[in-house]
Design a binder for this molecule. Structure first.
Ligand code: ADP
Ligand code: MG
Length: 744
C-alpha cells in the first residue's frame, strides 16, 4: 500500500477570545492511494477541521503529519501553498466557484494556474466537461447554474487540477438526492488511483463506493473500518510542478478587470477622479508661471498678451510687404500688426462732453459693431469700449457721428490734422477684456497718419545751420522747425536775426540740414535757405501771421517735413495662435533674420516675493490634497474589493500562491488606471482640438507639454501600484482559509 498521508497524534486547537477549544485532538490516521474514505460524525465533531488540516488550509499544533513520507512540522505558508497545489483538489459544500466566470473559465483557470498553455487547455477542458456532462453549459456563467451543476463544475475543476488527493467536505450538503447521487458517482469514477476523502451526513448514499468508513466524535476518531480492500496498481509518482505562465497572468488579470461591469465602472470612476485631480493640480502649478507672468507689468508695452512677439530686422531697416507676407505665412502665426508702435502708444480724443483714450488698431480686424455701423470711408472710425460705460449707453449721443482730433495721450501733441468721425461702437464685457483696454479701429490711411504722428511726437529734431546744431524744443518756437505749405520744396525761411551771423550778411543759398531721429531711424533733409522773414513778410512767406510767437522759427515745406516721418514700420508685432508653441515660432523668426522679443519675457512680476510664498503654500496644499485623495481612493477601492476577497481567497485555496494573487490584483488595478489615464488624455485632446468646448479647463491644460503628460502618466502608474501593493499586502497577509472564513 502506498501511504500518501500519515497523521500521528495530530491535534488542532482554536484560540478565540482567550479560550482554547479543540478542533480535534490526538488523531492518528494512515491514508493510501486508491482509498475512498468516508468520514461521518455529528456536527461539531471536527470533520471539517480534519479535512482542512489534511488539505493544508489550516495548520496543526501537535503531532506530526507526513506527506508521502515527508515531515511537515517545519512547513511554512509557502510550503503549504506548494503542497496544496501539488497534492490537493478541494470540493466544498458551497462550491467555491468564481461566479463571474463561465463554466469553461472556471475549469480553465485551474489549468492556467498549473502552467498549461492556452492551446493544450482547450481540448482538455472540453474533455473534462464531457466527463461531468456539462459541455453544453461551457459558455454559461456559473452563477446561473443549479447546485448540482455547480458541484459538477467543482469536480471538473478538480479533474483539471489532476492531483493525487481529492478532499470533499459535505459536497452534497446543499444538493437534492438525485444531484447528490450524480456527484458521488462522478467522484467514484475519478477516484481510481487517487485518494478520495469525503465528509458526509448521508453515508447510505456513498456506501457502495466507500472502501473505508471513519466516524468522529468530539474531536476524536471513534471508529475506523475498512470496508473493502483496495488495490492500487500504480504507486504515486510526483509530477513536475509548473507555475502559471506570464502570459496567462496577463490574460487572467485582464479578464478580471472587465468581467464584473459594475465593479469595473466604479473603479474606473475612482481612477478618473484620481487622474483628473492629479492633472488639474499639476497643470495649475505649471500654469502658475504663466499666470504670474500675465499678472506682471511692463514699463514699455501696453499689450502684454502671451501671444505677442515683437519683431525688428537685424539690419535695422523697415519691413517690406513681402516680408510681412512671409511672416504671416508661418505656421503658428495668427496675425501680424504692422504698426507695432501704435499698439503701445496711447492716443486720446475728446470734446466738452466726452473723453476717450486707448490704442489704435486696424479695422480690418472687425466685421461687426454693436452700435452704429461699420466705417465707409478712411476717416470714419469705430470705438471699442466697455459695455456699461456711460458714453456707450445713455451718453451715446455725445459720441456717435461726432468728429474729433486725435492726440498723443502722453504729450498731448496732435497726431494728425484731419478729424475722424465715430460711426460705430463695438462693446466688450468684463470677461472678454478684463484689463479694460479700449481701442479705436481706424483705416490704414489713418493708421499710417497716426504712426507718423507718433514718430513726430517721439523724434528728436535737430537743425544744422551755419555749422551750428540746435535741437527743436517743443516748448519754444525759437529754433523750432515748423512746416508750412507756403514754403517751396527744398527750401527754408529763417528769421532776419540770422542775417548778422550769415557770411556777408546774406543767408539765402546757405545750406540748412534738418534731422529727425527716433528709436528706429534717423532721417535727414538737406535744404537751402530761400531767404529771411521779418514781422512784415512772415505772413507772405510762411502763411503764419503771429510774428511774436513764431519769431526765430525755421519754416520748411510741409511735404518735406512730413517726409521725415513717413517711414514705414521698423517694428512689428506678431500674434501667435498657440502660445504653448511660441518657442518654436521664435526660433523660426530668428532663423529668418529677425530680432524677436516675447513681450511676456519683458514683464516685471508684480509681487515676486508674494508669489514665492504663495507657491510654497500651493505645493503644501497639493501634497496634502494628494495624500487625502490617495486614502479616499484606497478606501473606496477597498470597499469595492470587499466583494473580491472571495475571488482571491478562492484562487489561493485552489493553489495560486500569494505572489501570483497579488500580481493578478496589480494587473487589474493597473489596467483600470491606464484606461482612466487615456480616457482623460483623450478628453484633453478633444478639448485642445476644439471638439469639446470648455474654455476654463482648456486654459488650465493648454500649457501642458508632452513631457508633462509623461510625468503625469508615471505619477498615475505609481499611485496605482502603490494602492494595489498596499491593498495586496493587507488582503494576502491572512491565510487563504482565514480570509475565506471571514467572508463566508
Ligand atoms: P464539523 O465539521 O464536524 O461540524 P468542525 O470541524 O467545523 O466540525 O468543528 C470542530 C470544532 O472546532 C467545533 O467545536 C467548532 O466549534 C470548533 N471550530 C471550528 N472552526 C472554528 C474556528 N474557526 N474558530 C474556533 N473554533 C472553531
Ligand atoms: Mg463541517
Amino acid at each position: 500500500m502506498d501511504k500518501i498521508l500519515q497523521l500521528k497524534n495530530v491535534s488542532k486547537y482554536y484560540y478565540s477570545n482567550n479560550q482554547v477549544s479543540a478542533g480535534f485532538s490526538k488523531v492518528s490516521l494512515d491514508l493510501s492511494m486508491g482509498e475512498f474514505v468516508v468520514i461521518v460524525g455529528e456536527s461539531g465533531s471536527g470533520k471539517s477541521t480534519l479535512l482542512n488540516v489534511i488539505s493544508g488550509l489550516d495548520s496543526y499544533q501537535e503531532g506530526e503529519m507526513y506527506i508521502h513520507g515527508e515531515e511537515t512540522s517545519h512547513y511554512g505558508d509557502l510550503d503549504f501553498e506548494e503542497y496544496r497545489k501539488k497534492y490537493i483538489g478541494n470540493i466544498f459544500q458551497n462550491f467555491n466557484l468564481i461566479n463571474s466566470y463561465t463554466v469553461y473559465q472556471n475549469v480553465e483557470l485551474m489549468m492556467l494556474m498549473n502552467g498549461y498553455k492556452k492551446k493544450e487547455i482547450k481540448e482538455r477542458v472540453y474533455a473534462i466537461l464531457d466527463e461531468v456532462g456539462l459541455r453544453k453549459f461551457a459558455k454559461q456563467k456559473v452563477s446561473k447554474l443549479s447546485g448540482g451543476q455547480k458541484q459538477r463544475v467543482a469536480i471538473a475543476r478538480v479533474l483539471a487540477k489532476d492531483t493525487p488527493i481529492i478532499v470533499a467536505d459535505e459536497p452534497t450538503g446543499n444538493l437534492d438526492v438525485e444531484s447528490a447521487n450524480h456527484v458521488f458517482e462522478l467522484l467514484h469514477e475519478i477516484s481510481k488511483n487517487k485518494l478520495v476523502v469525503i465528509v458526509t451526513h448521508n453515508y447510505e448514499q456513498v456506501e457502495k463506493y466507500a472502501t473505508r468508513k471513519i466516524r468522529m466524535h468530539d474531536g476524536q476518531i471513534i471508529e475506523d473500518e475498512v470496508i473493502k480492500e483496495t488495490e492500487c496498481k500504480e504507486p504515486y509518482t510526483p509530477k513536475e510542478q509548473k507555475n502559471i505562465r506570464l502570459f496567462s497572468r496577463l490574460r487572467l488579470g485582464l479578464r478580471n478587470t472587465f468581467n464584473l461591469p459594475i465593479k469595473f465602472s466604479l473603479i474606473l470612476m475612482v481612477y478618473l477622479l484620481i487622474c483628473s485631480s492629479v492633472i488639474a493640480g499639476y497643470s495649475t502649478m505649471a500654469h502658475q508661471d504663466t499666470v504670474d507672468a500675465a499678472n506682471g507689468y511692463s514699463y514699455f508695452f501696453n499689450d502684454t498678451s502671451s501671444e505677442r512677439v515683437i519683431l525688428q530686422k537685424k539690419d535695422g531697416t523697415y519691413f517690406t510687404d513681402e516680408e510681412f507676407e512671409s511672416i504671416q505665412n508661418l505656421d503658428n502665426i495668427d496675425y501680424v500688426v504692422k504698426d507695432d508702435v501704435l499698439i503701445d502708444s496711447m492716443m486720446n480724443m475728446y470734446s466738452d462732453n466726452f473723453y476717450f483714450w486707448g490704442s489704435a488698431k486696424s479695422f480690418d480686424a472687425i466685421d461687426l459693431v454693436d452700435i452704429g455701423r461699420l466705417p465707409e470711408n478712411d476717416y470714419e472710425i469705430v470705438l471699442y469700449g466697455f459695455e456699461n460705460d456711460y458714453y456707450y449707453t445713455d451718453g451715446i449721443d455725445q459720441v456717435l457721428n461726432k468728429s474729433f482730433k486725435l492726440q498723443d495721450n502722453y504729450s498731448g501733441g496732435l497726431l494728425m490734422e484731419d478729424e475722424v468721425t465715430v460711426v460705430g461702437v463695438k462693446l466688450y464685457s468684463m470677461d472678454e477684456n478684463p484689463s479694460y483696454r479700449d481701442a479705436a479701429y481706424v483705416s490704414d490711411v489713418v493708421l499710417s497718419k497716426i504712426r507718423q504722428g507718433v514718430y513726430r511726437q517721439y523724434s528728436k529734431i535737430t537743425s544744422t545751420f551755419l555749422s551750428q546744431e540746435t535741437l527743436s524744443e517743443p516748448w519754444s518756437y525759437f529754433n523750432q522747425v515748423v512746416p508750412s505749405t507756403k514754403v517751396p520744396k527744398g527750401s527754408v525761411y529763417v528769421g532776419e536775426e540770422y542775417l548778422y551771423s550769415c557770411p556777408k550778411g546774406k543767408c539765402a543759398k546757405q545750406k540748412f540740414k534738418v534731422t529727425a531721429s527716433n528709436l528706429y531711424y534717423t532721417e535727414t533733409l538737406n535744404l537751402k535757405v530761400k531767404g529771411t522773414y521779418n514781422k512784415k513778410t512772415i505772413k507772405k512767406y510762411t502763411g503764419f501771421s503771429d510774428y511774436a510767437t513764431y519769431q526765430g522759427a525755421f519754416f520748411v515745406n510741409a511735404e518735406d517735413y512730413s517726409s521725415l516721418f513717413s517711414e514705414q514700420s521698423y517694428q512689428s508685432s506678431v500674434y501667435v495662435k498657440n502660445a504653448r508653441e511660441i518657442d518654436a515660432t521664435l526660433q523660426l523668426l530668428e532663423d529668418m533674420g529677425y530680432k524677436t522679443l516675447r513681450v511676456q519675457d519683458s514683464l516685471v512680476g508684480a509681487y515676486e516675493g508674494y508669489n514665492q510664498i504663495s507657491r510654497i503654500f500651493l505645493v503644501c496644499v497639493y501634497i496634502t490634497m494628494g495624500i487625502v485623495l490617495f486614502f479616499i481612493a484606497y478606501f473606496i477601492i477597498q470597499l469595492i474589493y470587499r466583494s473580491r476577497n472571495i475571488y482571491y481567497s478562492t484562487i489561493r485555496i485552489l493553489g495560486a500562491n500569494k505572489h501570483v494573487a497579488k500580481q493578478l490584483l496589480t494587473i487589474e488595478l493597473f489596467t483600470v488606471a491606464n484606461l482612466a489615464y487615456f480616457v482623460v488624455f483623450g478628453f484633453i485632446q478633444l478639448l485642445i482640438k476644439g471638439i469639446i468646448e470648455l474654455p476654463k479647463v482648456l486654459e488650465l491644460i493648454e500649457y501642458l507639454e508632452m513631457k508633462d503628460y509623461v510625468v503625469l502618466y508615471v505619477l498615475i502608474c505609481a499611485i496605482s501600484l502603490l494602492i494595489s501593493n498596499k491593498y495586496g499586502n493587507k488582503l494576502f497577509q491572512k491565510s487563504a482559509m482565514d480570509t475565506y472564513r471571514a467572508e463566508v
